[in-house]
Each structure stands twice: as structure tokens, then as C-alpha cells.
Design a binder for this molecule. Structure first.
Ligand SMILES: *Cc1c(COP(=O)(O)O)cnc(C)c1O
Length: 379
């Protein structure tokens, strides 16, 4: 099955009891048992729910994996992966990580004795230099947020295999339509489903996908034991959102390219970070592992003043000032004071999150309106 067929049919079948073509919302906490120990595969909705189960199968299908698991948020999915580790274990991760991921690693799990190393992952040898016998997980995010660095997933999978560690990839920015980490050697794919998969800014959800039966068993054990599951209604909304993923991402990519090219030529804009540019330092890796470059763009201003960046983000009318990304509507944000405020200033500036850095989630509106909007805000 090809991608556009999988988003609509992958792992799904019409409801057996009624023939309903859309997966029903099984808004139930429990299930009648025919006798003690004799049930129909569902006992209690923390453990399993038919609507969530349908979504988990669909996600596994579009990521070319075998097993999917959905959580109450992207961070709850990350929480599950780290709970697979033990005190004393070490994790190597990127130094321009999503702010919330950095926060859960350092402010929640460090105190349980797990050690996190943050390195520039575009340099494979920098990752290798941190590997030791305690390394149990390599955590990759690519493209990274908000600097749009591209990490070579295949190269990281070699480092992970040699270290005897698992490789997990946060595939939120690329989506399974543009990039499939499991095919490139990753053991676990993580998504903030909140973003492009849901696609309509109406659900908060996370997911993990794997092809490894043992890893899946451990994920389901933690999902059930910690209980950070997602609701049937939200599962239904995401199943619906995913059906148009390929159509939406095509438009996000098309609009993203036009907006990035517009920004590059603007006299008030300094740097534009978008992996589709040949001048992007990791463009060749993006070409190798992605099928398109997406609609996420960051840019800095010639005037590196906080007040000028704040002025631009407060003047746009079509681009809404908001956290988050990946919905049909365009959003604008200021990482240093919004998404990345939880990262210390010195750390932030080291990785390029300057005071004037602005991040765009380019939506699927008419691109002329988006460019007109940026034009008036920048002038
Ligand atoms: C939003 C996001 C997360 C966290 O997901 P939530 O659904 O907000 O918990 C993790 N990684 C990336 C790249 C994200 O954009």
C-alpha cells in the first residue's frame, strides 16, 4: 500500500457490528465479560480501547512499523521511553532539543539517576565521544526545533548499534509522510500527535511506534502501568486528521518553500533556517532522508533586538501569535520568550536561539496572503 492509501485505510476496517465506515468513538471505560477471564480483547480502557487501538494500528501502518501506542501528550510518550531505562543509565541527545523534552529530561528524570548528555548531533563524532558502557539510549530530533538542524538518522543508528543502545527519533516536524526513521534504523519513533498528525490544533496527544516486539511489550506495560493514555474522542479526531495528512503536508511544503524564499530576499531579515536551501549546512542529509522540507521556518532579524522581534510577531494578522505548530493555520512565535524560555539564556544562545529569532509554522492558506502579511509586519 502507498502512503495516500495507508493514511485512509492502514490498520483500519469498518465496524463489525454496524458496518460504520468510520471508527466509532467507544466512549466506555469497561467491557462486559462473558465469564471470568473470558472477554473479547478489551477489559478496561486504560489498558485498551477500540478507538485508540484503531489509531495505534493506523499510526504503525503509516510509520512502516508493527506496533503503535498513544499517550495523553507528546511528553507522556517521551516519559514512557525514559521509563524503559534504569538509574545509572545514560542518554545522549541533541543540544537544540524541543524545550519540553529538555525539561522532562533534566527536571524530572535526572533526579532518578539517569544522566543526559546534550551534544551538537550534526557532528557524529561528538556523539561517539559521549558513548560509554552506560549509554542506553540515543534520542534524536530532526529537523530540530527551532534551528532546523538535520541529524543523520542512519549514521546515528550505526552509533547506537555499536553502543548497544536504542535509537529513538522524535519525528514530529517531518511527519511519516516526509521521513520514516524506522526504515533508517531507528528502534522507536515518537510523535507529538498534537502537531501535524492531528493537524487541526484541537487535540493534545503523543505516540510511539516500533517494529520490535520486545520494545512494544515494554511500551504497553508502561502505558498501562503509568496510565497516561489518550481518550477515545481524541483518538477519533486524530484518525480523521490523518486521512488528509499527505494533502496537507504537500501544501505545507509548497507554502514553506515560497515563504522561505521570500524571507531570504528581505533586507530586514538576517538568516533563514529551512532545510530546503542548498546553503543549509545539512541540506544533503535532508535530501537523503526526507521526501520534502516542510513548512517550519525560523529566521533572525538584521537588528538583533528583542523589541524588534516582538514587534514583528505582534503585527502579523494571518499568522497567529501562538505556541505549537503543524495545524492548517499559520502560526508565528518567538522561541526565546515562548517555547524555549525554559532553556537557560546561555544555552539558548549557544545553539543560535538569539533574541531576534522568529519561528513560523506555515499553514495551508493561500501563500500570497501569508507573504503579504509578513511583508506588512516586517515593514
Ligand atoms: C510539541 C512537541 C513535543 C511535545 O509534545 P506535546 O504534545 O506538546 O506534549 C515534543 N517534540 C516536539 C518536536 C514538539 O514539537
Amino acid at each position: 500500500m502507498k502512503f495516500g492509501t495507508k493514511v485512509i485505510h492502514g490498520g483500519l476496517k469498518p465496524d463489525e457490528s454496524t458496518g460504520a465506515i468510520m471508527t466509532p468513538i467507544y466512549q466506555t471505560s469497561t467491557y462486559i465479560q462473558d465469564g471470568i477471564g473470558n472477554h473479547r480483547g478489551y477489559e478496561y480502557s486504560r489498558t485498551q480501547n477500540p478507538t485508540r487501538h484503531a489509531l495505534e494500528r493506523n499510526l504503525a501502518s503509516i510509520e512502516n512499523g508493527k506496533h503503535g501506542a498513544c499517550f495523553g501528550s507528546g511528553l507522556a510518550a517521551i516519559d514512557c521511553v525514559i521509563k524503559m531505562l534504569n538509574p545509572g543509565d545514560e542518554v545522549i541527545s541533541t543540544n537544540d532539543l524541543y524545550g519540553g523534552t529538555f525539561r522532562i529530561f533534566t527536571s524530572i528524570f535526572e533526579k532518578y539517576g539517569i544522566k543526559f548528555h546534550f551534544v551538537g548531533m550534526t557532528d557524529t563524532s561528538a556523539v561517539e565521544a559521549k558513548v560509554n558502557e552506560k549509554t542506553k539510549l540515543i534520542w534524536v530530533e530532526t529537523p530540530t526545533n527551532p534551528m532546523m538542524n538535520i541529524v543523520d538518522i542512519e549514521a546515528m543508528s550505526v552509533v547506537a548499534k555499536n553502543a548497544g543502545a536504542l535509537l529513538a527519533v522524535d519525528n514530529t516536524f517531518a511527519t511519516p509522510y516526509l521521513q520514516n526513521p524506522l526504515d533508517l534504523g531507528a528502534d522507536i519513533v515518537m510523535h507529538s500527535v498534537t502537531k501535524y498528525l492531528g493537524g487541526h490544533s484541537d487535540v493534545v496527544m503523543g505516540a510511539l511506534i516500533t517494529s520490535d516486539d520486545d520494545i512494544a511489550e515494554e511500551i504497553y506495560r508502561i502505558q498501562n502501568s503509568s496510565g497516561a493514555v489518550t481518550a477515545p474522542m481524541d483518538s477519533f479526531l486524530v484518525l480523521r486528521g490523518i486521512k488528509t495528512l499527505h494533502l496537507r503536508i504537500d501544501r505545507h511544503c509548497e507554502n514553506g518553500e515560497k515563504v522561505a524564499k521570500y524571507l531570504v530576499d528581505h533586507p530586514k531579515v538576517d538568516k533563514v533556517y529551512w532545510p530546503g536551501f542548498e546553503s543549509h549546512p545539512n541540506h544533503n542529509i535532508a535530501e537523503k532522508q526526507m521526501r520534502g522540507f516542510g513548512g517550519m521556518i525560523s529566521f533572525s532579524l538584521v537588528s538583533d533586538k528583542l523589541k524588534d522581534a516582538h514587534s514583528v510577531v505582534s503585527k502579523t494578522k494571518v499568522f497567529a501569535l501562538a505556541e505549537s505548530l503543524g495545524g492548517v493555520e499559520s502560526l508565528i512565535g518567538h522561541p526565546a520568550t515562548m517555547t524555549h524560555a525554559s532553556i537557560p539564556k546561555e544555552e539558548r544562545e549557544k545553539i543560535g536561539v538569539s533574541e531576534s529569532l522568529i519561528r513560523l509554522s506555515v499553514g495551508v492558506e493561500d501563500v500570497e496572503d501569508l507573504i503579504d502579511d509578513l511583508n506588512q509586519a516586517l515593514s
